[in-house]
Write a protein of this length. Structure first.
Length: 176
């Protein structure tokens, strides 16, 4: 170690990593994001103003209330590089909870160092990881809803396979 500042920085890194890995903290912040977080979409440089995603750009919607079909459409816009998406949450509320519950009252001289470590762990490690987890959960729910909807539709559509005119399948009633 070159100086005591390097030692403090190393200790802050360790504390940030430990904070980001605490199951109770992760679950509390994840549930907060799922209940109160917002899914924000923005245009990218390759955005087509008259394209498919014109109604989805520049929007913000609560994660808890976004319909599955809209989430899938937004993610399609992201994959086609027309939209960018970000999940936001109230970081100030989380930081206030950290100040109140994580930093000991007796830590008068190290309070700032501890707060910096927790902020680093939150910003650099915990929130990006939880954002990916929330996206995965939203995608899983949206996929299940899509399978349910399209599974019902395909079960009600029957095909007449007895008609082999031009070796094609025709939707009932046969349109020969």
């Amino acid at each position: 170690m070159e100086s005591y500042l390097d030692a403090i920085k190393g200790a802050q890194d360790i504390l940030a990593e430990r904070y980001a890995e605490l199951p109770r903290e992760r679950e509390a912040i994840r549930s907060s994001i799922l209940r109160f977080g917002n899914l924000e979409t923005k245009k990218t440089k390759t955005f087509n103003e008259n394209g498919t995603f014109k109604n989805l750009a520049g929007k913000s919607e609560k994660v808890a209330y976004i319909p599955s079909h809209r989430y899938l459409a937004i993610m399609r816009g992201v994959s086609e590089k027309e939209l960018s998406v970000k999940i936001t949450t109230d970081k100030e509320r989380i930081l206030e909870n950290i100040k109140q519950y994580k930093i000991p009252k007796s830590a008068s001289t190290s309070k700032e160092f501890l707060l910096e470590a927790y902020q680093d762990g939150l910003k650099r490690l915990l929130l990006p990881s939880l954002e990916r987890e929330v996206h995965a959960e939203l995608k899983e729910k949206a996929d299940a809803a899509a399978i349910s909807v399209f599974g019902k539709k395909s079960a009600t559509t029957s095909y007449d396979t007895t008609c082999n005119k031009d070796d094609s399948f025709r939707c009932r009633p046969c349109l020969c």
